[in-house]
Design a protein around this ligand. Structure first.
Ligand code: UD1
Length: 357
């Protein structure tokens, strides 16, 4: 009985690591397949080291491409591998192209697919991730949800209640484990800040925020205005770096993408986080750090109802107004979210072991 984990892109790694470790603790045989969707040290290799993920058994080396090219390359490479290895179950994570591609291959080879982070919906099919979520959930026989909205979405789509397991947020497991080691001193020192200086942390990488050059320019203007009052630290995803090109970034501190431990520390210590990422909305919620999300919708509504996250849409003026308002408001203490407790992976592993028998 072998369980094969499929990972491909940066946000998969912190979800897979605790599940891999929990299954190892139960003595389950496992293989790790990296699709190679992300391949740079900064986007992949360093995260593997920091999260203590083993070297993958296989790397499909699919690299970058259009959605169809990337998805198809994962499917072709993975099919050959799974036909040779015939695992008892495939474990897929999140909503990236590698996740949906793996779910299709697994379902067609009649290998049960288990989806970690199932049920999230933005109800916005212009997002590639939403398409990936719908495909993956539709083809999975075990669906591990992080919150009650996930269960409700799946039930509404006709998923059998017995296939849904609300286990909590597995990304929080990695966060809880790694937070004591989190440190961003060298990232801050390189841009002339010390750990005690207040700062705003920014991440933007979605096509909806960075692919329209006029919008990106106006977002950078707003962030540049903010940077006159408080340092703005912006670790730049390669896609965003490409889009920024020669645009004026004013006083914004652009840095390379950071490691996981560095990024956790930056989130923990930021006065405010501005993002279009899904995972960052959740991590700031756990850390009780105010977050402004530069999107019109979120597949993680619990972060908004909890009070840490606010959707500001893609209007740069509104972003600046809300950032100023947030920076001048005191921080409220909040109760933790149910099952975001650092033990989601143990719950997942227990269900998987039962289903392998
Ligand atoms: C992917 C996910 C997105 C996730 C993000 C996290 C999909 C559809 N999108 O988006 O949900 O939030 O990862 O980072 O799967 N590149 C490099 N080095 C790398 C990887 C990528 O330079 O290691 C560059 C390439 O120019 C590439 C671009 O980044 O074309 C985009 O990479 P891609 O994997 O297509 O999507 P992301 O934008 O990273």
């Amino acid at each position: 009985m072998i369980v094969t984990h499929i990972v491909g892109a940066r946000p998969n790694f912190m979800k897979a690591a605790p599940v891999f470790q929990a299954l190892a603790g139960l003595g389950v045989s496992q293989r790790l397949v990296h699709t190679g969707q992300h391949y740079d040290v900064a986007m992949s290799g360093r995260h593997f080291d920091q999260l203590h993920l083993p070297v993958p058994d296989v790397n499909l080396n699919v690299g970058s491409g259009t959605h169809a090219q990337q998805t198809a390359a994962v499917m072709v490479g993975l099919e050959a591998n799974l036909l040779a290895e015939r695992p008892s179950m495939l474990l897929v994570y999140g909503d990236v192209n590698s996740t949906a591609a793996a779910a299709i291959v697994g379902a067609k080879l009649q290998i049960p697919v288990a989806h970690v982070e199932a049920g999230l919906r933005s109800f916005d099919r212009s997002m590639p991730e939403e398409v990936n979520r719908v495909i993956t959930d539709g083809l999975s026989s075990l669906l591990f949800t992080p919150s009650a909205d996930g269960d409700a979405n799946l039930l509404r789509e006709g998923v059998q209640a017995s296939a849904i397991h609300r286990v909590g947020n597995v990304m929080v497991d990695s966060l809880v484990r790694c937070l004591p080691l989190a440190n961003a001193d060298h990232v801050l020192q390189e841009i002339g800040l010390s750990g005690r200086d207040p700062f705003v942390l920014v991440t933007l990488h979605r096509p909806s925020s960075v692919d329209d050059s006029t919008l990106l320019e106006r977002l950078l203007e707003s962030l540049g205005s903010l940077a006159h009052h408080i340092p703005v630290v912006f670790p730049v995803h390669p896609r965003t770096r490409d889009r920024i090109g020669n645009l004026d970034v004013g006083r914004i501190h652009l840095t390379e993408p950071t490691g996981y431990l560095e990024f956790l520390a930056l989130q923990r210590d930021a006065r405010l986080v501005i993002t279009d990422s899904g995972g960052v909305q959740e991590e700031t919620t756990y850390l009780n750090v105010p977050c402004l999300t530069v999107r019109d919708n979120t597949e993680r509504p619990v972060t908004v109802s909890h009070g840490t996250n606010e959707l500001v849409g893609r209007d740069p003026k509104r972003l600046l107004e809300r950032a100023r308002a947030s920076l001048s408001s005191p921080r409220t203490s909040r109760a933790p979210i149910d099952l975001w407790d650092g033990h989601a992976a143990e719950r997942i592993a227990a269900v998987i072991r039962t289903n392998l028998n």
